[in-house]
Design a protein around this ligand. Structure first.
Ligand code: GAP
Length: 509
């Protein structure tokens, strides 16, 4: 396929055409960075959420769930530091009047240099063939070493400037790197300034009586303020975790790349409370555990990597991202943060209530430390869509297939009577009735069987079950596998086992 922009455009168009994702309020020409999930999208989203929930909550005896309100007392956001520090550094181009995130401009510049490294590696790989040692090449090739040093120097300088809140130096860096506005092509930049990302709203009927509220920018604070409620009522002993999924809102200035960066999105977060001093052990544990969860989906180990943060958020003492190789390059998919006791301590101060845990093992009271895992559900959806979208040539015909991991597929099986008569629809419906209580299935009798296969491929259905005249005689059907397109004749009584082996979550947890 062509360049990544073409691939990405095709994925976005496919999402719309097949009812996965629509632009929000499309009828009114759309609302930027907000999206609606269609019939197949909502199934995929539910399945991803369910996979996360089951592996977090059901599979870990020491993790329990929560569903806290989106609206929270406004002091929450003062205590969490979001009112003062949840900012993006912005810069405008005076000619195009376009606004950018300064960090994104710099990261994109670095990504271009990294692209040059990839090219050098690709060329060398071709030249040396099987004897090529990639690690050695990267460590010793003067050009690649130079590029890598350049990238490190840029990112270190940027991190240092952000740590010192030296926005003038961030602007100087953009100028020194010769970064131009992608629209006007000029370097005519304004100063860099901070912009708070929280959405404000009001609660109450009258203007005088109303109080300012924020739409939560992360679900985590609902967990922190409920720490004691959950610990006491579920009688949890440290170390233990609280998990929740739900909407979060950020007034992203540069919202782009479809559902990668949205203004309204969903998070799946887990806060793990530990004894002070044990946080790095648990940080390593959750790094490894979360990476395994991703790789369990079989979307290629090489498509994931860790990216440790140099520039830490206001609450963290260590942080890493699990990055995924999207069509537009490696980007953050999930964050794992060691948040210290920052949040609980701060809520203790602002609320004037004690938030402590009595640890019977060491006979001490303390404010627990926290290791969090935080993943965007929509971003996870995009990894699956972008990895599974394929255009293939089959017997001279082209097909578009979504090779979604079978356990997450929106429709698990399609039941297709070969013709609309001779009792085939009735037989097919019997099979549907036996399966539909457990799996989301579809019954389709319109169009040729080939067309119906193509439609199911395009929405990622792992199994097509075709009922023909032989089915009436010997209770067998053909079952076609989406990825290999292989067809087997099997007894109707075997269908349940065949499907369940590939799609039941319990086989993958
Ligand atoms: N509680 C920690 C926290 O919110 P974060 O790194 O800001 O950390 C966690 O966000 C995850 O939420 C990200 O890794 C990403 O998957 C997702 N996310 C963040 N902002 C997003 C946005 N504007 N649109 C879609 N997903 C987003």
């Amino acid at each position: 396929m062509a360049n990544y922009e073409d691939v990405f455009k095709k994925i976005v168009a496919h999402c719309k055409e097949y009812g996965f994702v629509f632009q929000s309020s499309e009828l009114y020409d759309g609302l930027a960075a907000a999206y609606d999930y269609g019939p197949y999208g909502v199934e995929l989203k539910n399945n991803i959420r369910n996979y996360w929930w089951k592996s977090m909550v059901n599979m870990n005896e020491n993790i329990v769930g929560l569903d806290s309100a989106i609206f929270m007392h406004p002091t929450t956001w003062k205590a969490s530091g979001h009112v003062d520090a949840f900012n993006d550094p912005l810069i405008d181009n005076k000619d195009s009047k376009k606004r950018y995130r300064a960090d994104v401009l710099i990261e994109d510049h670095v990504a271009k240099i990294e692209g040059k490294i990839d090219k050098e590696v690709g060329k060398a790989q071709k030249r040396f063939g099987e004897s090529f040692d990639k690690d050695q090449f990267i460590a010793t090739n003067p050009r690649v070493v130079g590029y890598n040093e350049k990238c490190s120097a840029i990112m270190s300088r940027f991190s240092a400037a952000m740590d010192k809140e030296d926005l003038q130096d961030v602007k100087a860096l953009i100028e020194e790197l010769g970064i131009v506005c992608p629209v006007s092509g000029t370097k005519n930049w304004t100063e860099v300034r901070q912009f708070n990302l929280m959405f404000k709203t009001q609660m109450g009927a009258t203007a005088e009586g109303a109080s300012d509220l924020y739409l939560r920018p992360e679900t985590a604070q609902g967990i922190f303020v409920n720490f004691l409620n959950v610990q006491k009522t579920a009688r949890m002993k440290i170390p233990f975790g609280i998990a929740q999924t739900g909407k979060a809102f950020r007034n992203e200035i540069v919202a782009r790349q479809f559902i990668f960066r949205m203004r309204e999105f969903e998070q799946m977060e887990m806060q793990f409370f530990v004894r002070p001093g044990k946080e790095m052990e648990w940080y390593d544990h959750w790094k490894e555990s979360r990476m395994k969860w991703h790789q369990n989906l079989g979307m290629g180990q090489e498509n994931y990597r860790f990216h440790d943060h140099d520039n830490l958020a206001h609450y963290a003492n260590a942080a890493t991202d699990i990055e995924f190789k999207f069509p537009f390059g490696f980007k953050e998919l999930e964050g794992i943060h060691s948040r210290t006791d920052f949040d609980l301590k701060s809520h203790q101060e602002f609320s004037g209530r004690k938030i402590q845990y009595f640890d019977p093992e060491i006979n001490e009271n303390y404010v627990p430390y926290v290791v969090e895992t935080s993943i965007g559900l929509d971003r996870m959806f995009l990894t699956i869509l972008s990895h599974s979208f394929k255009e293939e040539e089959v017997n001279g015909e082209s097909r578009t297939v979504l090779s979604i991991p079978a356990m997450l597929a929106p429709v698990k099986a399609a039941i297709l009577p070969l013709t609309k008569k001779d009792g085939l629809p009735e037989k097919a419906r019997e099979i549907l009735d036996a399966l539909k209580g457990e799996y989301n299935c579809q019954y389709e009798e319109k169009d040729s069987i080939g067309k119906r296969y193509r439609r199911q491929d395009a929405i990622g259905t792992p199994f097509c079950i075709t009922v023909d005249h032989q089915s009436l005689e010997d209770n067998t059907v053909t079952i076609r596998a989406r990825d290999t397109m292989e067809q087997k004749r099997v007894a109707i009584s075997e269908i349940q086992n065949l499907v369940s082996e590939k799609v039941d979550l319990k086989n993958f947890l």
